[in-house]
Design a protein around this ligand. Structure first.
Ligand SMILES: [Zn+2]
Length: 97
């Protein structure tokens, strides 16, 4: 699986995203695009046991900072998933220092 930070694309209506389950109050989300070597989505198992095909991971800024500080993979911070609704611009490209 390959991960790209701040992809040019963003989730579209109906896309499944994985997230860290922290509220927006913890800062803007950072987006990651994930794909298999053939370009297809990565399959993950939700806590409910449902298999999901996903391209998107969203972490709050606290989790992203912790990921960078510790070197833990961004997938380690995933706590849930949801279906994205709307096509509003949400990508935050500011860099955490
Ligand atoms: Zn978080």
């Amino acid at each position: 699986m390959a991960i790209k930070r701040f992809p040019d694309e963003q989730p579209r209506e109906g896309d499944i995203i994985l997230h860290c389950a922290h509220p927006y109050g913890r800062g803007p989300f950072r987006w990651y695009w994930v794909q298999e070597p053939d370009g297809g989505p990565t399959e993950v198992e939700a806590p409910t046991g449902v298999r999901l095909q996903v391209h998107w991971i969203a972490l709050c800024s606290d989790c992203e900072v912790e990921s960078m500080r510790t070197g833990r993979d961004v997938e380690a911070f995933v706590r849930g998933h949801r279906v994205w609704s709307g096509d509003a611009l949400v990508i935050q490209k500011d860099i955490v220092s």
